[in-house]
Write a protein that binds this ligand. Structure first.
Ligand code: ZN
Length: 252
């Protein structure tokens, strides 16, 4: 097992090693292809920019791995309906990746309050907006939904919904049983993550990797990543941070 314990280790080389470890121990599964069989579901919540996904895709493709990208439709930072972005998403689908909705409740809250039933309606509405990106493909629709900043808004746990036609089916088998690990706020426990993925031959696991945490290589903190994104994208730092408003406590 690797003995890494700092966020300085967020490199594509390390991500490649993680995938190789998973492949040597079990199978990497797409979300929609999961059954009850063991394997590793790789989930990418796209919080800042779709362009930051490209290198992650390259690493995965080289190893024959396919993952699920969760995309926002009401972000102030990127627009999946814009020509280049929607082209990229269609390319992902053509390459065998999956695209789901990364649902942020915040834009809806002022309109609807925090009623769970209303959220369901809003989730389906956003899923239907994202599905329009794939209309030209004829058959593709959003099959799953992950939550942005979950645990801080209407819901108290990590959630993934399977979008089953016009309905949503809650899938939370991974979250209370040690079968889920995330690099949220770059707090991925490196000393444990290899042991975690090694277990994918025995159980079905979910690994949540945010592409923006890996783009700038080693020796970066979460605060640096946000700041660099603000500078590189020309986006106002307040706009960048509004997406991660609950993550601000460590920033100065
Ligand atoms: Zn998110």
């Amino acid at each position: 097992m690797q003995s890494l314990n700092h966020h300085d280790q967020f490199t594509y080389e390390l991500y490649k090693q993680l995938l190789e470890t998973a492949l040597s121990c079990g199978e990497v599964l797409l979300f929609s292809k999961r059954t009850t069989k063991p394997g590793l579901i790789i989930r990418h919540d796209v919080d800042l920019d779709l362009k930051l996904c490209e290198h992650m895709v390259i690493v995965e493709k080289r190893l024959g791995v396919r993952s699920t990208f969760y995309v926002m439709v009401r972000s102030p930072l990127y627009n999946p309906l814009a020509p280049n972005e929607s082209e990229f998403l269609r390319w992902l689908i053509a390459e065998g990746f999956e695209v789901g909705l990364h649902f942020d409740p915040v834009p809806h809250e002022q309109l609807i309050g925090q009623n769970h039933l209303n959220y369901k309606r809003c989730i389906l509405e956003d899923a239907s907006i994202l599905s329009t990106v794939f209309n030209s493909l004829g058959h593709t629709h959003v099959r799953s939904v992950s939550f942005h900043n979950c645990g801080t808004r209407a819901f108290s746990q990590n959630l993934v919904f399977a979008a089953d036609g016009a309905d949503l089916v809650l899938e939370n088998a991974w979250f209370d049983s040690g079968r889920y690990i995330s690099d949220s706020r770059m707090q991925l426990p490196m000393e444990n993550v290899f042991a975690f993925v090694e277990h994918c031959g025995q159980e079905q696991l979910m690994l949540n990797i945010h592409p923006e945490h890996w783009i700038h290589g080693p020796n970066n903190t979460y605060e640096n990543i946000i700041f660099k994104h603000s500078v590189n994208s020309g986006k106002d730092i307040r706009e960048v941070l509004s997406v991660n408003s609950t993550y601000l406590s460590g920033l100065h």
